[in-house]
Design a protein around this ligand. Structure first.
Ligand code: AMP
Length: 215
């Protein structure tokens, strides 16, 4: 099985697809957004800095994210395929990842670009709920992604929350940041013949079937 790198604008479904791929195929899900959310919970100097940047919709600095990611990649079982969700987000991170893969002898990977337009991604963002404990994502608006009981995680019974950066104002900054900083990453992987483009407005089962074809 090949490793997967997801490149996508906010709310395209990286997290939801990762959950399904992890469940169905045993992938190790590495989300830089989740790693940063864990770092901010600690509330130390680094956590406060991360919280401020995330809530403003800006990217966290490359060196902070790299440190968290490196720890995760180096600490994982090298026989288990992984999903990288949220990294790389700019060309500099893509080049750093090439070096890291070289160092760790990781050669087999595909890059999945989940394509979605601004309006659909915004509406998904405003309907999104997450479980802070299990990290599972839900949607208030989608029949297939609604929790069984309103506001409660199906998995652990905990209270679901809205992410602090899931509001219209921050979404616009994040989407704009994607177009400016992350879109060039798509061309970078296209030139390396690593890219598969998938319509992210399809349901999660259809998207995962399309991913299955390339892993
Ligand atoms: P996500 O959970 O992927 O939507 O990420 C949430 C937020 O975490 C982003 O808006 C950024 O502030 C930050 N973040 C996640 N991944 C990265 C990354 N690779 N580089 C910089 N910031 C990141």
């Amino acid at each position: 099985m090949k490793n997967i790198i997801f490149v996508a604008p906010p709310a395209a479904g990286k997290g939801t697809c990762s959950e399904k791929l992890t469940k169905d195929f045993g992938y190790n899900h590495i989300s830089t957004g989740d790693l940063l959310r864990e770092a901010r919970i600690k509330g130390d100097d680094l956590g406060q800095k991360v919280a401020q940047l995330m809530d403003s919709g800006a990217l966290v600095s490359d060196d902070i994210v790299l440190e968290l990611l490196q720890r995760e990649l180096k600490g994982m079982d090298s026989n288990q395929a992984f999903i990288l969700d949220g990294y790389p987000r700019n060309i500099s991170q893509a080049k750093t990842l090439d070096e890291l893969f070289k160092e760790l002898s990781i050669n087999e990977y595909v890059v999945i670009y989940l394509n979605i337009d601004f309006d659909k991604a915004l509406s998904r963002t405003l309907g999104r709920l997450i479980c802070p404990k299990c990290k599972i994502g839900y949607s208030k608006d989608s029949a297939s992604l609604k929790p069984k009981v309103d506001g409660i995680c199906d998995n652990c019974g905990g209270d679901l929350i809205t992410r602090s950066d899931d509001n219209e104002e921050t979404f616009k900054i994040r989407f704009d940041g994607f177009m400016k900083e992350t879109e060039p990453v798509i061309n970078y992987y296209q030139e390396k013949n690593k890219l598969t483009i998938i319509d992210a407005t399809q349901d999660v089962d259809t998207i995962v079937k399309e991913i299955e074809r390339v892993i």
